[in-house]
Write a protein that binds this ligand. Sequence first.
Ligand code: URA
Length: 427
Amino acid sequence: MRVVDLIERKRDGGQLTGDEIRTLIDAYTRDAVPDYQMAALLMAIFLRGMDADELAAWTDAMLRSGEVLDFSDIPGAKVDKHSTGGVGDKISLPLAPLVAACGVRVPMVSGRGLGHTGGTLDKLESIPGFSTRLPVERFREMVATLGISLIGQTEEIAPADRRLYALRDVTGTVPSIPLIASSIMSKKLAEGIDALVLDVKVGSGAFMRTVPEARRLAETMVAIGNGMGKKVVALLTDMSQPLGRTVGNALEVRESIEVLRGGGPADIRALTLALAEEMLRLGGADPAEARRALDDGRGLARFRQVVEAQGGDPRTVDDPDRLPRAAHVTPFAAPRDGYVTAIDARAVGVGAMCLGAGRARKEDAIAPGVGLVLEKRVGDRVARGEPLLFVHHDGVGLDACHARLSDAFLIGDEAPAPLPLVLERVE
Ligand code: URA
């Protein structure tokens, strides 16, 4: 097989066979295909798409590029959740322990933030001592005993995705429905789960900007999962403004703890419950249990146990003031009176990244305490000079952050109609 023939065929609108795809992904994972050829093929796929057979073969080949975990000897349903990525999206932190506390096991393998979107691993690692790099055996043991473990991608799980994702990130080929769908589903299906809930984000802070695009991505992922014998449900949810009030790692952990204590912003609580109910339903448990476990503190107790089991300081859960904090807090003021009519979630995410909350390059270090705390969200009234948000910073990146924020808030004369948080359900 000559890779150039595959590139040319895809470029011209033709199809690749399952055998060609399997051979190609296997060779690429073993370094036998150079990045420049894979980059050209990815661009051809970005422009031409893939049909259902190609997509199934591509996902299957990525999934089998590494170890496929088997937790079938652990009793009970194993269900995970995956978000397509957004700003202020800390939902996994309250959600996973809440669902585990209701009796459905959650083996969760998460990613790091890149670009404007945050990552669950970076948030968890802002808890002093917390390790997301557990050996697979320890991951399995925690899932069996505690019903939950929260780790990062290992070298063993779907190595083809790690390489392909990094290449897509620098070749303008991330926002492609078949490439996103295969990337997400190959990792998730290698985790040993029985079912999966997808949170497909829509809006300015998401890869999918419109509902029809997001619906197509959701339908594509549900079809891939069903084709592999897994139950999959997707919720399309609003990402036209950041979720909750905090953007930045330790700040988001603090907000997650507030939610597990029964408080926190209404949107975080509502989305946590909506996703928990879906996970419990797929796991054969009573969805109403989610609200009870949130209100009676079982979710919080399970979160504390996970923190302790993964080497983190559990006292941060009792007293979030022990979490890392930025050196300075400065207000970012409204330029005029009015109502906040829109917030560019992507600009807010990039603003937080400029402070060190996220990475511009994979090797960049994260500043755990920095970030943004929104005082005003869409629909709120604001007076000129009043803070729209507070910038938590360590003296680095403040000007760049302000430059990003300067156009992020639209202020008009009338309050906009409220947007629903959950836009659609796909199964
Ligand atoms: N998340 C992933 O895991 N992969 C993508 O391609 C996009 C978002």
